[in-house]
Design a protein around this ligand. Structure first.
Ligand SMILES: NC(=O)c1ccc[n+]([C@@H]2O[C@H](COP(=O)([O-])OP(=O)(O)OC[C@H]3O[C@@H](n4cnc5c(N)ncnc54)[C@H](OP(=O)(O)O)[C@@H]3O)[C@@H](O)[C@H]2O)c1
Length: 274
């Protein structure tokens, strides 16, 4: 299934894949990315950014119709979609098989699909919800890494980006289990960066509030007051995250691995005493 790459690639330096602007025979980069949970929000923003620089992208999501619409918006010549739930093992296998069947390679894996089904103090939290959060946010991310590694990256290199969160860097009231799962993703990033080097670079992005459906409850109806806690004067956009993902999968980031890049408009700098 792993036909030879159509684009020029240096097997000696496979971890430095993804040079912006390097043309494959099809006029793109010749690189292929898998973005889990890409039918809207941050995943869609990442897919847009990677397609804009010439990659081909596979996105996933549970709702088939919105996935199809997203693929149409991205351009069916550049994008494909496979519907399913990120933690479902049959879905994971189907996604990787479909991308390998269509493109014969998966250079970049962006573990973006994530969930936070509950808002409650940890001391009262239903443990079934904690397990569900970990299954989707952490176990599924590792499962995709394993499958993409076996299908392509072990022999050919590439890069992985895990979408963590600033809530994985400290306490976040009422979303404690989500924060725990994002902290696990940050450590997963470090473990994998060590283990998969030198062929595969693994980094994480840790955004504060980005304007998506997922985060709407955190800002809708009170955006002006929320934004006051952001020195750069605005919340994040999927395009902000897409630009960072494009950088981390580019040759310019070729010596960066195991890092968590905080994207927060200065939020974590704190308000100080003044
Ligand atoms: N927005 C923020 O402020 C923020 C901040 C930090 C980190 N993050 C992280 O960024 C990631 C994306 O969040 P977002 O804000 O872009 O959310 P979003 O706008 O709700 O989009 C989530 C995307 O993932 C898909 N999805 C959701 N659950 C899935 C599952 N179990 N299996 C497969 N696909 C699934 C959704 O499609 P379907 O609904 O059709 O499945 C959709 O395409 C998450 O990991 C989140 O934790 C978000």
């Amino acid at each position: 299934m792993t036909e030879s790459p159509e684009s020029p690639e240096s097997p000696e330096n496979p971890a430095s894949t993804g040079r912006s602007g390097s043309a494959g025979s099809s006029g793109g980069t010749g690189r292929v990315a898998l973005v889990t949970g890409g039918s809207r929000g941050i995943g869609y923003g990442i897919a847009e950014a990677l397609i804009a620089r010439g990659d081909r992208v596979c996105i996933t999501g549970r709702n088939e119709e919105s996935l199809r619409e997203a693929v149409d918006r991205l351009g069916a010549d550049r994008a494909m979609g496979v519907a399913g739930r990120a933690h479902d093992e049959d879905h994971q296998a189907a996604v990787v098989d479909a991308v390998m069947a269509r493109h014969g390679r998966i250079d970049y894996l962006i573990n973006n699909a994530g969930t936070n089904p509950v808002y409650a103090p940890l001391a009262e939290l239903d443990l079934a919800a904690v397990r569900k959060i970990y299954e989707t946010n952490v176990v599924a991310a590792l499962a995709f890494v394993q499958r993409v590694w076996a299908a392509w990256q072990r022999d050919n290199g590439g890069a992985v980006i895990n979408i963590a969160s600033v809530s994985g860097l400290g306490a976040s009231p009422y979303i404690g289990a989500y924060g725990m799962s994002k902290a696990a993703m940050i450590n997963l990033t470090q473990q994998l960066a060590h283990e998969l080097a030198p062929r595969v670079r693994v980094n994480a992005l840790a955004p504060a509030v980005v304007k998506t459906r997922f985060a709407a409850a955190l800002y809708e109806g009170r955006e002006e007051s929320v934004v006051r806690r952001y020195p750069l004067g605005r919340l994040g956009t999927p395009q902000d995250i897409g630009a960072a993902a494009a950088f981390l999968t580019s040759a310019e980031a070729g010596w960066i691995t195991g890092q968590t890049l905080v994207l927060d408009g200065g939020h974590l700098l704190g308000a100080g005493l003044g």
